[in-house]
Ligand binder design. Sequence first.
Ligand code: 8YV
Length: 323
Amino acid sequence: MRPRVVVTRRLPEEVEARLAQRFDAVLSPDDRPLAPEDLVEAIRTADALLPTVTDRLTADVLGAAPRRARILANFGVGLDHVDLAAAAANGLVVTNTPGVLTDDTADLALTLLLMVARRAGEGERHLRAGEWTGWRPTQLLGTRVTGLTLGIVGMGRIGRAVAARARGGFGMRILYCSPRALAPEEEARLGAERRGLEALLAESDAVSLHCPGGPATRHLIDAPALARMRPGAFLVNTARGQVVDEGALVDALARGAIAGAGLDVYEDEPAVHPGLLARQDVVLLPHLGSATTAARRAMGDLAVDNLEAFFAGEPPPDLVAGP
Ligand code: 8YV
């Protein structure tokens, strides 16, 4: 019998076709996030789940008994929506999709930085509102990005890809903060200097977040952290919304403590703090980090590769947690 796999959201056509060919795949009928009771039902009745960031796989859901599921093949690299300890304690293997979304997510971080520094969102809104009366030497003057000091919080694959772009393309000076130092050759390649978080915040003209989400980084960027940033600095977040205290960010922007923010992720998606929606100096995107056709196909393929390996009795290539 083919393993039964519950796929929680619509995936690219080719990926759904591959799933349907190899597995007894239960594809999403309406592309809506599953409610906790639907996730419990899936854990009880399917051999595997292919979830996304919109599925909250809590200890309660993962502990549902009697349980049939043995693997969660997550579509995405971040796993803060999965209680990994509860998954392991309940005998579930967890895999993710690293590597294939690195470049696209790094590109989006740079997009946000360029947009907020050059007031691109503000300019587009102005034009579409029919308010543009023609070119003026002093219209919508922004900040030059060439040569800025960029502080990168979290120097994993995506952080390093941002550093390479910022240094190679824009001549930026790169600071980074990370639990582990890069190898000296990698630091030299990226021209990156390691700092503690406080020093990085104080020295950077722009700060881009690339750390994992979850309890360890919740509100890492809080009111005191924002107060350490430069008045002209920009904050970019393509990591997880919970890393930033949104209320504190709104206050910091209102006081002019920082110059602007570019956000792709939010504390309570899809809700966005009304104080952010009201501001012109904030660029807001709807969690588009890995939203390219190439990345989403590759993410789907990796998730299926992990399922195939697991059900063939082999170690899944992207094993994150397990019993
Ligand atoms: C995805 C992401 O859009 O991979 C991640 O962690 O945040 C994004 O690439 C999302 O997680 C898909 O589940």
